[in-house]
Design a protein around this ligand. Sequence first.
Ligand code: PLP
Length: 385
Amino acid sequence: MKTIYFDNNATTCVAPEVRDAMMPFLGERYGNPSSMHAFGGQVARDLRAARERVAAFLGADPSEIVFTSCGTESDNMAIHGAAEVLGSQARVITSRVEHPAVLGPCRRLRDMGFHEIEIPVDSVGQLDLDALREALKGGGPAIVSIMWANNETGVIFPMEEIAQIVKSAGAVLHTDAVQVAGKLPIDMRNVPVDMLSISGHKLHAPKGIGAFYIRRGTRVKTFMLGGHQEHGRRGGTENVPYIVGLGKAVELAEAGMAAENRQVAALRDRLESGLLASCPDARVNGDCRSRLPNTSNMSFEYIEGESILMHLSDRGICASTGSACAAGSLEPSHVIRAMGVPFTAVHGSVRFSLSRYNTGAEVDAVLTEMPRIISKLRALSPFCK
Ligand SMILES: *Cc1c(COP(=O)(O)O)cnc(C)c1O
């Protein structure tokens, strides 16, 4: 049975070009970029080239890029690092629909005595900008961490407008752009965000590599103390093979973005409208006017998303009920709950997330299987007659 992979917001396959670019660094080019000898110096040049690529991809200067071990580390570094500089008088402002990598550090700061505020979203998952303005009222130091696009619904927040609100209140702004990188153009020259996180494995680089953008002049406390690597912002010998892989992945993403988005959005739209037509009592969760091209989050009333996933999995089809970090618990997703989705639908949410490697035949296979799965589960549901 061939795997049909519609779970690309959880992780993506490593692009063959990325793997090829990494291989020499897992072989003969193993020098330490900090070494004085030419053997290490060559690796330092390759590291610099990768940093320049990631910087160009973000419209940043290479000195503003710090390589990290993952998106989660970048998020923690931004939130804890900035909060420590601002001190415990600072407010910590985030949204109710963040990834656990942001909610976790924000709630830790709350436990440490910071005043933490979580901004609500409306029924289509859009941020309540008035609540954000209200939370910033009165000035005073604040660190704001608001994601650029949501991993579960694909809803895109208006980052230019958010940045304008936050910066005019004099606060520090971080955004988790893990789901945006590779799907929407990012240019830090045009968006006055202070810090931004990305993760390699969401854009066809391997798991275990991330990047952190920090605008020149923004102050964060270093928490990985050690050598002078990453301009003294993160100690530890650089993960050169993976950094080179990330450099290649952003290069591929940039070159292919426009064409891929058209192709992926067409497949996603066909999947979504096909499922709405063939499955009764189905709905789309999230703002369809401002959504990532690859993501569809749907609820099928009266049944459990987990049951749908198991039946799909038996047929080789990979999807998700939401964040992989929340999956495994039978709690409904905090994102879907924050949107006030009715209780008959809140448990039945399924996320399909596509990539450049998906095909129309794969969409057809899901369109064939899903109506059968839904009617089978509905026949067993105590809520259906
Ligand atoms: C996947 C993801 C992360 C975590 O990235 P890792 O590299 O897996 O730590 C953070 N935020 C969002 C929005 C994500 O989708």
